[in-house]
Design a protein. Sequence first.
Lengths: 85, 227
Amino acid sequence: MSGDAEKVTVVVRLKREVLDAEGQAILKVLRRLGYSAVKDVRVAKMFELVLELPQGEAKEVAEELASKILANPVMHDYQVMGGAS
Amino acid sequence: MKRVAVVVFPGSNCDRDCIWAVQQAGGEAFPVWHESSDLSGADAVILPGGFSYGDFLRAGALAAHCEIMRAVKRFAMAGGVVVGICNGFQVLVESRMLPGALLTNLSTRFVWGSCWVRVERVDTAVTSFYSEGQVLAFDVAHAQGRFWAPSEEIARLEQDGWVAFRYCDEAGVAGGYNPNGSVAAIAGIANPEGNIVALMPHPERSVGPLMGSSDGIKFFRALLEAA
């Protein structure tokens, strides 16, 4: 008997050592607009997953999805939030 | 006559050019749809350029998980020749059949036009008819072509001879012109066995005088020879 639908969030970020070209482009524009206080911008991706699974399995499945598909472990770090552990 | 399978993903757009290039080189080529479960007895496989799955999630990331890639992986593991061009390179790294990753170009722009690459290895399925250090004129057309891997990985790749092509200038100076900012000006890599090779530039767009360069003809002749 499956559980209720659970919302799990996965955030995927470029590893610290990767130069974020997109973030740098955004940074340049923000500074050109006068926001000199902005020192760095890094762009991340957020996935909202709705999972219908037996109680307690959502987080584990989300971890698997994150490490295998949503994120590329060569260049990404990821974080899974929500879902009963 | 050797037969080359050219995989077509939804969004691939260089498949016909690859088929044509193989024919120019004296071989036979045919398209294989991404939902196929086998390669129809092909002697070699090309993963062509384009925007498979619209580059959604990451370029090549969704295509890496489609049905035909199981057969492509088995074929490559058994020593079959698998060549990735542009989006094909992206699919191969996302499939973990080749190391590293391909990130957004440093300029953040889609880069297109001529480039030069230097042949770093002649013992791969596509470089055997070139000489080491030879400078080839190819075209690039990509937004996510910046090859990257953690620095220890890059050191290992360099040491173990994984680099097959390196961006250079017309005189062959490595990194003289690097269209996307890739680490160590790496334009293409190959496994030590040389049967899995991939590069970001498009050799299939340099197979005749009307294209501005015929440097790519030997690429496909070598591919057919190795198949």
